[in-house]
Design a protein. Sequence first.
Length: 250
Amino acid sequence: MIEGLSLQVKVKGRPILKDVNFKIDDKVLVLGPNGSGKTTLLRVLSGLYKYEGSVKLNGVELRNISDFPSFSSNLPEVYHIAMKTEDLVSILSEIKECSEDIFSHMMNEAGVNPTGRNPSSLSLGERTVVFTALALCSKPEIIAIDEPFENLDKRRKGLMKRWLSEYGKEGFVVTHEMNVLKEFGSWKAFLMIEGRLYGPMVVGDFLRSKIVEGERDGSVVIEIAGKLYSLIVSNEGQEITDWNRLYDLV
Ligand SMILES: Nc1ncnc2c1ncn2[C@@H]1O[C@H](COP(=O)(O)OP(=O)(O)OP(=O)(O)O)[C@@H](O)[C@H]1O
């Protein structure tokens, strides 16, 4: 169980997450435009940012946890503990039971050979594959995965979808890629907009939704630039085809 209550984060004095609340016990997507705070939420869960309010992993306040081996993230900043990928796998196999066999099987499936390479020296798509496999090779219970489809071709996007379905019992998967959403129709998604988290709503319902002005009963109501909008299943309103065009729609 992952719970956030009145979670607030300031970076260099600027509020980035504002009164964020959630309670999840399965895997959910986090969607939203650039700069809305999605990665910040994952950084908080990874213990990289201080926060106000509360975040609990399995009932224990995150700021009181020094080691949580069943949590994994693919954020690159978590993997500055070694230069070469095989050394990272070896360290992870000691500290959180990453299986070297699972990692090399994942590399074979993805057709990526990172041996002898620092993940940061890989191509952008290879890097996405390697950091996400590093996060998942320990079969974590809780995952915090950032943009796992970024720079991947169609085959590897399909493979990534399978990995994300197979690994991790609960957690957040951040993506801004609308074209993969139909593959996650039965998952739930939160929306992050201007540092506020909305939802969750079922991805399939979200894909059928349009955005209209004002507050509508029974819908997810979001605030954009100080005005309220609702997500409703309807013929009226604007279809959201690209999160980064949200501000063009309203
Ligand atoms: N270390 C930092 N210093 C200054 N500003 C920061 C820092 N980290 C994050 N921010 C700011 O916080 C806001 C939220 O950033 P975040 O990376 O969480 O957004 P995001 O929703 O993941 O965006 P994207 O989809 O573009 O990755 C942005 O305006 C970003 O510039």
